[in-house]
Design a binder for this molecule. Structure first.
Ligand SMILES: [Zn+2]
Length: 351
């Protein structure tokens, strides 16, 4: 395993937004990993947040094949949660509750939108260790197929009976050959994979070619309005608006999108009691088209993202925390009132 991330990532300059073509961006923050910087910007025209410069598709491909899961299983990945850097813990075991919860949501979303049985052909793009597919086959007899770059994760998929049809989304979906009806899928699933694609428009167009007529594209991804996951793994970060724009460009009709309300102003932000860092996008094949541009700019978009981060912090405060804060605030207020109203001699004693 290479120690320096300079050895892994080759960067290329990015001049324009892949969703709207605008060359006007506003610099955002970024992250660093082993001394390598990953910088972001927000498109001034459509609000898409993306890495600039960006690791090349080829270097990401090598990274996901040979490094990503290997590092993470050793507690050495870029950790969004510090327990993921705890080398004493069994890293796969640590993630199992998350996989089980994710499966429960996928299952609910499929049951609500299709007939889930042994005839359903399901492809998961970026299936990692294959648990979702394995359990869909176990519980409903679905015909399951995975796409996964990681050598480490593929070994687990194969031992669990999940066939791997391709290693990378780019190799399978960019400029696809005509796909016969029996090779198409009834469901194509992407769980936290969309924002790792370095050529999202091209890949999503190819995914369309593999989706059966009336088939379901189901995407679970981070919602940048509530979780700004600027890290080496995410060349793009989507809001519900920019995700819709990508879907339309690639020729999908979004018929349902589950997400928390956009924290467009302070009052709305305060009213969001249970924010979710995730969005769920449900789409079918449609016509490729450009959506009209929003009447916004990068600074406004970045303010919304910051407000969403604040909403997540509020949501993490428990009932006791909130009551304690309220008590402390009112004690402070009382002290101020007393101070201003009291005669000088008493004021001196308060101080
Ligand atoms: Zn744009």
């Amino acid at each position: 395993m290479a120690n320096s991330h300079n050895d892994i990532f080759e960067f290329e300059q990015v001049d324009s937004c892949c969703l709207c073509g605008s060359t006007s961006q506003h610099d955002a923050k970024g992250s660093s990993w082993f001394g390598v910087g990953f910088s972001y910007c927000v498109c001034n025209s459509c609000g898409l947040k993306y890495m600039r410069p960006r690791p090349t598709t080829a270097s990401y491909e090598r990274f996901y094949k040979d490094q990503y899961w290997q590092q993470n299983m050793q507690g050495a990945g870029y950790a969004s949660d510090l327990t993921y850097n705890d080398t004493e813990q069994d890293q796969l075991k640590l993630r199992m509750p998350k996989y089980e919860k994710a499966y429960k949501i996928v299952k609910e979303h499929l049951l609500e939108t299709c007939k889930v049985d042994k005839n359903l052909r399901v492809l998961e793009v970026g299936c990692a260790f294959g648990f979702t597919l394995e359990w869909l086959h176990r519980d409903y007899g679905c015909k399951v197929y995975g796409l996964e770059p990681s050598t480490e994760a593929i070994a687990r998929c194969e031992s669990a009976g999940v066939p791997i049809v391709a290693r990378t989304a780019e190799e399978m979906f960019i400029n696809p050959k005509p796909v016969s009806e029996d090779k198409k899928y009834d469901v194509i699933l992407l769980r936290h994979c969309l924002d790792t694609l370095s050529m999202p428009v091209e890949v999503m167009k190819g995914i369309r070619a593999y989706l059966a007529d009336g088939g379901l594209l189901l995407i679970h991804s981070v919602n940048v309005e509530f979780y700004d996951a600027m890290d080496p793994y995410h060349p793009f970060l989507y809001s519900p608006d920019t995700a819709r724009r990508l879907m339309a460009l690639a020729g999908f009709d979004v018929f349902r999108l589950d997400c928390s309300p956009s924290p467009i102003d302070h009052d709305t932000a305060v009213s969001i009691v249970k924010p979710s860092y995730q969005q769920a996008i449900f789409a079918r094949r449609g016509d490729a088209r450009k959506l009209p541009l929003p009447n916004t700019n990068a600074l406004e978009v970045m303010t919304v993202h910051d407000r969403g981060k604040q909403v997540m912090a509020w949501a993490n405060l428990g009932g006791k925390d909130l009551v304690r804060r309220l008590a402390l605030k009112s004690a402070e207020k009382s002290r101020q009132v007393l101070e201003s109203a009291a005669p000088p001699a008493i004021r001196a004693r308060i101080a």
